[in-house]
Design a protein around this ligand. Structure first.
Ligand SMILES: C[S@@+](CC[C@H](N)C(=O)[O-])C[C@H]1O[C@@H](n2cnc3c(N)ncnc32)[C@H](O)[C@@H]1O
Ligand SMILES: [Zn+2]
Length: 407
């Protein structure tokens, strides 16, 4: 018999396998638990609820599908915590997860709006959407979402629908296994100081490819990188003309790991521009990531709505979720500039690290735009080049151009 326990997340109470019991007190859930539930993904779910609530202010959601549902907590929270009246289809291959999700739906009084099916996610996406396509699909797998994305995109309402996807295969996305990234995401990953941004852009690039293959364009709404996973929210709509134009947002990002020089190039550019190192006479060889999505990652209206939703319920949602939305909003307008991790930059140049706020204020005083980013607490986005940032840090920490501390 499965040892179930009652948990509460947001406004929703539900049953799932007792995490403490099945992890021998370590609280790090494993895929062999009778029903998978990771309490640390709560922030992911908090943000997902807020973004769906915000999306529903702009677009109608009549049906949704979560094909890898586990205990059902994610969809249960959408049903319980947003104002929508949509119907939901949940699926899982694991019969214990299916039974548990059914119990949770019933306990929360959503039998009229939700049904749980046992089966394979890809098959379900294609068969259950035959009569009526979904307005929202949420892919929350073990590891990579890629195997499910084509079926998910084909199951979406062509007039416009929301797709959410989580990826936890960070070694592939963050440059430990670049060839695996190439195989799964269609682009090479690399170890770079802004590696988590590259991870998000590789996933977004794969979604663009598959959407375009199905004559659809994409509109990224939000991207999240925290703990050991990434998550994206994107609107997908049938529009082959726009999909053709969006090819301009596919490109490569190059970085020199000796001087922190970086640039991005578009896939269609006839010649590869000369790489500009940031330090005069740097002999580092730039490494290259991509092809990947180089365009916008956030939508102002969606973030605004999600922030509003969070602020109406401050005691219910994790404080960090609201803070992440604020940071996403702050970095949105500077998204064309990959973030600069001040600790990585200072390590490269052998400087002590100044405070992030101090660097931002000084850059602004010099006429540059500079913002925080949700990707890392030690990073900034700015339209100043990395050599300008180095110059500013040099004066802030009192190090002369030879690297000696000025006294
Ligand atoms: C990461 S868990 C889902 C967690 C859940 N979405 C949540 O927020 O708590 C992934 C789930 O996918 C299920 N699964 C794995 N492969 C599947 C497949 N091919 N079809 C359907 N379900 C599958 C697993 O049984 C597991 O419950
Ligand atoms: Zn260099």
């Amino acid at each position: 018999m499965t040892d179930l326990k009652e948990y509460t997340e947001g406004k929703t109470t539900f049953l799932t396998a007792d995490v403490t019991h099945y992890t021998a007190g370590k609280k790090q859930p494993t895929t062999d638990m009778p029903v998978f539930y990771n309490p640390r993904m709560r922030i992911n779910r908090d943000l997902s609820v807020a973004i769906l609530a915000s999306y529903m202010k702009q677009a109608r959601v009549a049906t949704m599908c979560e094909p890898l549902a586990g205990s059902g907590i994610r969809t249960l929270r959408y049903l319980n915590e947003t104002l929508g009246d949509f119907k939901a289809i949940l699926c899982d291959a694991n019969p214990i997860a299916v039974d548990t999700a059914r119990r949770n739906i019933e306990r929360n009084g959503f039998d009229g709006r939700a049904k749980v099916i046992r089966g394979d996610a890809k098959v379900l996406l294609l068969t259950e959407s035959r009569e009526k396509r979904f307005d929202f699909v949420d892919i929350d797998p073990f590891g990579t979402p890629v195997p499910y994305l084509n079926a998910a995109i084909q199951s979406l309402n062509p007039r416009g629908a929301l797709l959410g996807a989580t990826a936890t295969d960070m070694p592939a996305l963050c440059g430990v296994y670049p060839n695996v990234a190439l195989r799964k995401y269609g682009g090479i990953s690399m170890r770079a100081p802004f590696v988590h941004e590259l991870a998000v852009r590789l996933l977004m690039g794969r979604i663009y490819d598959l959407a375009a293959m199905n004559d659809c364009a994409i509109m990224p709404l939000a991207a999240l990188s925290t703990d050991h996973y990434i998550r994206i929210w994107v609107k997908v709509r049938a529009d082959r003309t726009k999909a053709n134009k969006q090819r301009n947002s596919i490109g490569f990002i190059r970085v020199c790991r000796k001087c922190y020089g970086f640039d991005s190039t578009r896939i269609g550019e006839p010649t590869c521009p000369q790489f500009g190192h940031q330090a005069v006479s740097c002999d580092g060889r730039p490494t290259i990531a991509g092809p990947l999505w180089t365009g916008q990652l956030f939508n102002d209206k969606i973030l605004e709505g999600a922030k509003g939703f969070m602020s109406e319920n401050p005691e219910i949602y994790h404080k960090k979720a609201g803070e992440l939305l604020e940071l996403m909003d702050a970095e949105r307008e500077l998204i064309a500039y990959p973030y600069i991790d001040l600790h990585a930059l200072c390590d490269m140049y052998n400087f002590p690290s100044p405070r992030r706020e101090e660097v931002i204020q000084t850059l602004r005083a010099h006429g540059y735009r500079a913002e925080r980013t949700h990707f890392r607490p030690t990073a900034i986005r700015t339209d100043a080049s990395s050599s300008n940032v180095v110059g500013i840090i040099r004066t802030l920490v009192g190090v002369d151009h030879t690297g000696q501390t000025e006294g």
